[in-house]
Design a protein around this ligand. Structure first.
Ligand SMILES: Cc1cc2nc3c(=O)[nH]c(=O)nc-3n(C[C@H](O)[C@H](O)[C@H](O)COP(=O)(O)O)c2cc1C
Length: 200
């Protein structure tokens, strides 16, 4: 099959859709969508945020933010929060009807309707390779999960209840994540004929 070349551009897809919660200077909650966000280490998350975002300024001031997994139930509200800036619409969170809750650990809000949240303290802001964005590193102080999306006696996330959403870098469309395909360390076993052990 022939392949096509798209040239030099970001191409990691799909990526998880995340909602970033912060406080404005006057204490009103703000939120934006980020799909350029990754796990950096077990304790650190990394976001790529444009310098102009209200959220970026809020993180610099308050030194904190929350990262929540966007769900199908909250997708329309989050799409709106990802397309209108708090600079133009300071009450944008209120307009969505989402319920902000003050984190007890960091100076940022999370949202009751989004069941999986990381509460993060600003670790560091690094320059990016371009002039327009910043690499924002946050130390995860806590992962907070609403019990309604758990299974196995509260030990694991139930994707059939959470309904997380991902985003495609090429089409700009949102997609559902679902359908368990197997368990890690099991599907690849037939290829590991020598039985090599996993190295940390
Ligand atoms: C699907 C989606 C993904 C986005 N990902 C990012 C991102 O990773 N980084 C970023 O700076 N902006 C991203 N945005 C844009 C911001 O969410 C948007 O500009 C938002 O209105 C900023 O709000 P604020 O100015 O109140 O912080 C994304 C928007 C959408 C809809």
């Amino acid at each position: 099959m022939a392949r096509i070349n798209l040239g030099q551009r970001a191409g990691i897809t799909p990526t998880p859709m995340l909602l970033i919660g912060t406080y404005n200077d006057d204490g009103t909650p703000n939120a934006m969508v980020a799909t350029w966000g990754v796990t950096a280490t077990w304790e650190v998350v990394e976001l790529n945020l444009y310098k102009v975002r209200k959220t970026t300024g809020n993180i610099k001031t308050r030194k904190a933010f929350t990262v929540s997994c966007v769900t199908q139930d909250t997708l329309a509200q989050c799409d709106y929060l990802g397309t209108v800036s708090g600079k133009k619409c300071p009450d944008k969170v209120q307009r969505t009807g989402l319920t902000p809750v003050k984190s007890e650990l960091v100076d940022a809000p999370y949202f009751e309707e989004l069941p999986v949240t990381m509460e993060c303290e600003l670790l560091r802001i690094d320059p990016e390779e371009d002039d327009i964005s910043l690499r924002i590193l946050g130390t995860v102080k806590n992962v907070s999960i609403d019990q309604r999306v758990l299974k196995d006696n509260g030990k694991t996330l139930d994707f059939d209840k959470l309904h997380p959403v991902c985003w495609d870098n090429f089409s700009n469309d949102y997609f559902a994540i679902g359908g368990q395909l197997g368990r890690w360390f099991t599907l690849g076993k037939p290829y590991n004929r020598e039985g090599f052990r996993y190295e940390e």
